[in-house]
Design a protein. Structure first.
Length: 343
């Protein structure tokens, strides 16, 4: 029994360390507030970190076992240990990334309560990209270490690789650099409604990747756009509009010309007292001309909110107010008669 325990000393020590680590992470996580990001990450990383400790001790024990083993290990004990630890860190990072993205809105509100929703989600999107890049770098370093490629060979092949990349993968490089530019300059973020007039594309930004950006159009169809397009085409970002214009044209009968001035006066007073209208921007009601069907008037104002549904509510309220004011002044709107060819 003593001999068996001595032979399994390293694996048993690894199991004990993993159990202790699990207990420490559990206690630290339980001390934090329920639903907090720190607690979620600590509890999320328990399995990967503890299994990494067990796997590392087992690999170290197998690599240093004096007797024959049923399989060959072409790596040294140090390389094997470092490889297992790297894989464990990669696994832990991926689990933390899944936790962050799965509840991005809740955690972003905890960390950045004073920022707008779109800015908070943008920061979490950047964190997603950084974690993904860290994973790729760890995998690349692990592969290079296992292969044992010397630095001189890497430098030589890197030069040829850069030249080949410049000629054969120009589009990929262009899209990747454009993706980095989108994160630095931030012409739009996730959640913004944008338009690309030259391409007749309109949609809400759902994801900004390294190589392409995903939009969701008005028909709820996904549109994948190479990032390089945004460097050569103008983009209209409707998501950053500060208010929305409300433009209403209406008419009165020709015989109601005397009612124009009192109707205009009442409507201007209504605009000046409406809380849903941005009073710092131009507004007005004007008689603009004599039309074939009647006297043409125009109402202009800007909504106090940039939200489209609120602008629609404002326009509906103004349309109803116009009808009531016209009726109160014993005026009428001309009836539009359809021509014989119209349906």
């Amino acid at each position: 029994m003593t001999t068996l325990l001595a032979a399994l000393e390293i694996p048993l020590l690894g199991v004990l360390l993993a159990a202790g680590l699990w207990l420490v992470l559990e206690l630290l996580g339980r001390r934090l507030a329920p639903g907090s990001l720190g607690r979620a990450l600590l509890l999320r990383s328990r399995i990967s970190l503890c299994l990494t400790v067990v796997a590392t001790s087992l690999a170290w024990w197998l690599a240093g076992r004096p007797g024959p083993i049923p399989f060959s290990l072409p790596l040294s004990r140090t390389d094997l240990r470092d490889g297992v630890i790297s894989l464990g860190l990669i696994w832990t990072l991926l689990r933390c990334k899944a936790e962050l993205l799965g509840k991005a809105e809740r955690y972003s509100e905890q960390l950045f309560p004073s920022l707008p929703v779109r800015d908070r989600l943008f920061l979490f999107d950047v964190a997603d990209k950084l974690i993904g890049s860290s994973v790729l770098i760890l995998i690349a370093l692990l592969i290079l270490r296992l292969v044992g490629a010397p630095l001189a060979v890497l430098a030589t092949t890197g030069g040829f690789g850069a030249a080949a990349l410049g000629f054969g993968a120009k589009t990929i490089v262009e899209n990747a650099l454009s993706g980095i530019s989108l994160y630095i300059n931030r012409p739009f973020v996730v959640g913004d409604l944008i338009q690309i007039p030259d391409e007749q594309l309109t949609g809400t930004v759902e994801q900004i990747g390294w190589y392409y950006t995903c939009l969701r159009d008005l028909e709820r169809q996904p549109i994948f756009i190479p990032n390089g397009l945004f460097t050569v085409k103008p983009v209209i970002n409707s998501g950053r509009i500060d208010s929305r214009r409300v433009w209403i044209e209406f008419s009165l009968r020709h015989q109601d010309r005397e009612a124009i001035e009192p109707i205009v006066t009442v409507l201007r007073q209504a605009l000046a007292t409406d809380a849903g209208i941005d009073q710092s921007k131009p507004q007005g009601v004007h008689f603009v001309g004599y039309g074939d069907a009647g006297l043409d008037l125009r109402l202009l104002c800007f909504s106090a909110s940039s939200e489209l549904p609120l602008a629609w509510d404002l326009k509906q309220r103004l349309l109803l107010a116009i009808g009531k004011v016209v009726e109160d002044h014993q005026a009428r709107m001309p009836i539009q008669h359809a021509s014989p060819g119209e349906v």
